[in-house]
Design a protein around this ligand. Structure first.
Ligand code: CMC
Length: 424
């Protein structure tokens, strides 16, 4: 049997053959790279819902089974047994670190967590009401001006150095963007603390004051970072790869990824969950909201439910759900917001409308609740997502660079505008 498909044009009976490519897991892929030269036509796939845009060995998702794996390791195993930095190392280096490798990785990141003092002037120039994502995106872009040795890289050692630098500095830039917005004194990284603990410290601390960071809070934030570390070819990762395909430097690519992630259909969704729960206000209003979500004539959607790829329980949501309840138990929060969230979840998991459409809680439903319980303001939620996703973006950028040839991403279009117009 030939490993190919044949396409027949019913208008003229012409047949064209395309090879089928087989991955190690997941659906087979029809290679249509010769489609235009063979047929003179383009393919049309709005939103790339049926298009594999690259070969990758980093992350695998099975949306029907609700599976997510990084480099072959199931996310539930990683969340149970490893930290965010283990997963960052795994994404970058293809293997989990040994104890020694982990300690070295952690210490190398710490060394790079400070930023050039000249960048402080950039923070000062922003208006105080600036959204932390705006400041973060601009400051990541500015890294290219302060660390210009990475603008033209060709060697794997240089990629590694660049990766460490970006992963280490983004939490610092993120914390500075928050403190700048609030007008709080800037808190520099504390090298005695772990990666996630240091970030929470930079958000919460005041000079000369003791800051109380509970282990369960650090663990919860670390889990949020880990569960966002990579998610295959989502919109921001595709943006990073697209910009990278022009041979742009990684700072430009990551800044572009941050822009893509900011949208409410992507990294902005967890903020949407909390805003919606706050707008519902009380458990007594939940039934009305559920009725709105089910009403065909109402465009209203229940935030934090449903997913384009997962038609089963989002595996990240499973992990975060138990982390969320552990955090709430230990820090003793039982707000109206949590009661509303519990009630919504209970109804959705038992209601025919949601069951028949495979609408399960997604990662954003629980990550929003965790971040809220940690006292992180709503407009920092997408920033937290950026910190988590950075190792994924960089690993995907490196994978792109390590290919034999890089093909610039340059799709075509179905033109529906004017035909040749005669000037009057
Ligand atoms: N509330 C109520 N109904 C819904 C919802 C929802 N949250 N999501 C989907 N539906 C219904 C939809 O109305 C449609 O019903 P019908 O078949 O009767 O027309 C059916 O379910 C299928 O919806 P769809 O829009 O075709 O599904 P999609 O796969 O294109 O959309 C989604 C996925 C995530 C955009 C959507 O579920 C949604 O808008 N959810 C709420 C927003 C949200 O939580 N987004 C975060 C997603 S996770 C982000 C990440 O992984 O980065």
């Amino acid at each position: 049997m030939k490993n190919s498909v044949t396409l027949t044009d019913n208008r003229n009976g012409n047949s064209y053959e395309f090879p089928i490519l087989n991955g190690t897991m997941g659906p087979d892929v029809i290679d249509i790279s010769t489609f235009f030269t063979q047929t003179g036509m383009f393919t049309f796939d709005r939103g790339y819902t049926s298009t594999a845009m690259c070969r990758s060995s980093i992350t695998y998702i099975d949306g029907l089974k609700g599976e997510l794996m990084h480099r072959g390791y199931d996310i539930a195993y990683l969340a149970e047994n490893k930290t965010y930095l283990d997963v960052a190392y795994l994404l970058l280096n293809k293997e989990l670190p040994s104890k020694e490798q982990f300690l070295e990785f952690k210490s190398e990141l710490k060394k790079r967590s400070y930023i050039h003092e000249g960048m402080m002037k950039i923070f000062d120039a922003f208006p105080s009401g600036a959204h932390p994502m705006a400041v973060l995106q601009a400051s990541v872009s500015a890294l290219s001006a302060f660390y210009s040795d990475h603008l033209n890289m060709n060697k794997p050692e240089e990629y590694k150095e660049m990766a460490m630098r970006i992963i280490a500095k983004i939490p610092t830039l993120a914390a500075f963007s928050y403190r700048h917005k609030k007008g709080y004194p800037i808190i520099y990284p504390n090298l005695d603390r772990g990666f996630t603990e240091n970030f929470l410290y930079m958000l919460r601390a005041y000079p000369y004051e003791h800051v109380d960071l509970k282990p369960v809070e650090i663990k919860a934030l670390d889990t949020v970072f880990m569960l966002h570390a990579d998610h295959e070819q989502n919109a921001s990762t595709t943006t990073v790869r697209t910009v990278g395909s022009t041979h742009a430097h990684p700072y430009a690519c990551i800044a572009a990824g941050i822009g893509a992630l900011w949208g409410h259909a992507h990294g902005g969704a967890n903020e949407g969950v909390i805003r919606q729960l706050e707008a519902i206000g009380t458990v007594d209003n939940v039934d009305k909201i559920i009725a709105r979500a089910k009403d065909k004539n109402d465009p209203f959607r229940l935030m934090g439910f449903g997913h384009r790829v997962y038609k089963n329980f989002d595996p990240r949501a499973k992990v975060l759900k138990s982390m969320c309840y552990q955090l709430l138990d230990e820090i003793g929060i039982n707000s109206e917001l949590i009661k509303i969230a519990n009630r919504i979840e209970e109804i959705v998991l038992n209601d025919e409308y949601f069951i028949s459409r495979n609408l399960y809680p997604n990662v954003d439903f629980y990550s929003g609740l965790i971040l809220k319980a940690l006292g992180i303001p709503n407009d920092m939620f997408a920033v937290i997502f950026v910190i988590g996703r950075t190792p994924g973006w960089i690993s995907q950028w490196i994978e792109l660079k390590e290919q034999d040839t890089i093909k610039i991403v340059r799709p075509r279009q179905l033109y529906v505008g004017h035909t040749n117009r005669t000037p009057k």
